[in-house]
Design a protein around this ligand. Structure first.
Ligand SMILES: NC(=O)c1ccc[n+]([C@@H]2O[C@H](COP(=O)([O-])OP(=O)(O)OC[C@H]3O[C@@H](n4cnc5c(N)ncnc54)[C@H](OP(=O)(O)O)[C@@H]3O)[C@@H](O)[C@H]2O)c1
Length: 334
């Protein structure tokens, strides 16, 4: 009978079945282990990423907090800076000319972020009002100054005109706002931060500063001054523990820019969002002396400032502006 059992084919297959099952289970186990390991590595990477983001924010707040002051903060790019700084946990002091929009922005930020947000209405081109801002800011421990305010248009209708067709008062007013007030404020906050041996300053220039920019001639020239100033300050203030970064945004979607564009300009030109400009440039603070937000803008800058002759860069602006923006032709061209 035993012989019969030994000869039974089903019984002979037991070891084979057993070894196949063991093999199958071990393959499955190793696959499960590999998948678990992959999942674990992924989770660890995500965790590391979140940790480094959190550390970056903590580091940012320690380095540039607890208060930041942003000029021209009621709308546009300045408002985006204020929001981005609030999202990084800094308290923000907003300064602008437009009282109603300024209060609205401050209210919006207070309701959205768990930080403190105060505002001061002031015309920064007026030396007394500027001094009031400086005096009032003394009560805050300011670690970051975002010099963003600017006079961006020379005429109330927002249209561009040739430099010689612009009244001298308008040209001088632009120098007062873009340079006079910026120099005074940067000088004040740079000194304050140098004493505390820590802080950051963002200076808003423009891609219009790369070369002469016809039809935004005066604006481009003031922004070129700021770009140059900021780059030198980056070096001078480094040993004082103060980070300076100059920002050269390309076309950015703000109300005034959109209003100034022709139909052709709207279709042809690409624009960045103010929030992108704010977050990219704040990430560059302490790392770069200047930053051009956006890959397309960087490419354009590389072409216009490194590859093309300077005259080509100037004529690029001279040709593109009358097509893309509302430009009033030169009076008495002959
Ligand atoms: N948007 C772009 O495409 C672009 C491109 C390159 C560079 N930028 C630069 O980025 C910065 C922000 O631009 P933006 O487009 O956001 O400009 P914006 O919309 O005109 O905002 C600038 C803010 O600054 C305020 N301001 C002007 N003069 C002032 C003064 N004397 N005192 C106090 N506040 C004053 C403005 O108030 P009012 O409206 O009452 O004047 C406005 O609220 C500027 O420095 C600009 O040059 C912008």
């Amino acid at each position: 009978m035993l012989k019969g059992i030994a000869n039974c084919s089903a019984l002979r297959e037991i070891p084979l079945f057993y070894s196949q099952t063991v093999q199958g289970v071990s393959v499955l186990a190793s696959r499960v282990m590999a998948a678990a390991k992959k999942g674990f590595t992924y989770l660890q990477q995500r965790l590391d990423c979140c940790r480094s983001q959190r550390d970056h924010l903590v580091h940012f707040k320690e380095k540039y907090g607890p208060w930041a002051i942003v000029t021209g903060a009621a709308r546009g790019i300045g408002k985006a800076y204020a929001r981005e700084l609030a999202s990084r946990g800094l308290n923000v002091l907003l300064v602008d000319l437009l009282e109603e929009e300024l209060n609205q922005t401050a209210e919006e930020i207070r309701s959205e972020f768990p930080i403190q947000c105060h505002s001061i209405r002031a015309d920064l081109s007026n030396s007394q009002e500027r001094q009031t801002v400086i005096d009032q800011s003394e009560q805050y421990s300011i670690g970051l100054f975002c010099c963003n305010h600017a006079m961006t248009k020379l005429f109330a209708d927002g249209k561009l005109r040739a430099w010689i067709d612009t009244p001298i008062e308008n040209l001088q007013q632009m120098v007062q706002v873009n340079l006079g007030s910026s120099i005074a404020l940067i000088h004040h906050f740079a000194n304050r931060m140098a004493v505390q041996h820590r802080g950051g300053i963002l200076i808003l220039s423009s891609m219009g500063a790369i070369s002469g920019a016809p039809y935004v001639t005066q604006y481009g020239a003031t922004k070129a001054f700021l770009a140059n100033l900021g780059e030198a300050l980056f070096w001078e203030l480094k040993c004082k523990g103060v980070d300076v970064t100059t920002v050269l945004p390309g076309l950015t979607r703000t109300n005034d820019v959109e209003k100034g564009l022709t139909e052709y300009g709207r279709k042809t030109l690409s624009m960045m969002e103010p929030s992108e400009v704010a977050s990219i440039s704040l990430n560059a603070l302490g790392k770069q002396c200047s930053v051009i937000p956006g890959k397309g803008n960087q490419l354009q800058h590389f072409f216009l400032s490194r590859l093309a002759p300077r005259s080509m860069s100037i004529s690029f602006f001279g040709k593109i502006f009358p097509k893309c923006f509302h430009v009033i032709p030169l009076k008495n061209p002959r």
